[in-house]
Design a protein around this ligand. Sequence first.
Ligand SMILES: O=C(O)CCC(=O)C(=O)O
Ligand SMILES: [Fe+2]
Length: 258
Amino acid sequence: MLDRIIDPQACPLDDAAYITACRQRLDEDGVVTIPGFLLARTVADLVAEAEATAPEAFFTSSTHNVYLTAPDATLAPDHVFNRQIDSSKGCITTDQVPTGSALHSIYESATFRDFIAGIVGEAALYEYADPLSSINVHYAAAGQELGWHFDNSSFAVTLLLQAPEAGGEFQYVRDLRDADAGDLNFTGVEAILNNDRAPDILEVVPGTLVLFRGRNSMHRVTPTIGGRTRILVVLAYNTEPGVALSEAARMTFYGRLS
Ligand SMILES: O=C(O)CCC(=O)C(=O)O
Ligand SMILES: [Fe+2]
């Protein structure tokens, strides 16, 4: 059924050799991009759908540190740990994605889930236990951006639906910290925030699937320039069943719990 939604030539979901190749790319580069993953027709349908639901989006404009944690009062306010970064975007949640949307078909497909699990090296992947967090559509209108941060989750799957006229660039710095070793790398993070070191840039066109390991690789999306809104889908999975996104995170991102 996904054959009418995604391009099996661009992305042969049940081809074991292809999954192995993607897994090697993810391990070597920290990111895999699959251009042409969505059929052109699907991109057009999903943009129309996203534009129809945009008025229901929850808009946030907030500041956060790059580690997405509360400030540390024992460090100076201008310490890199406490430096506040701007982010602003609109978001709609799983329950707001229309029934019958191709996004539900992709997200819920066992074949797709096994494909992603195979690439990230997990035995299985599960949806979120809350009704909001599994599928999110992000909107960044002119001037809106996602500031520098490290993700809490070990990997993220995104689908770009609509690129802005300019800006909206995904920039990243690979392996800038080691979260499991407790290494926050203040010096390295500060060099990026101060523009002393240039990040890498990921080229992404609409219809591309991106699988990114963002826990140790700091990344941002630069402000949208021009009248065309950047529209991006995030497909989020857990490695265990029954996990809900924390209430604090749901309030911050969605403005509600259910
Ligand atoms: O918008 C993007 O391309 C990346 C989104 C992202 O980094 C996030 O949601 O944590
Ligand atoms: Fe991120």
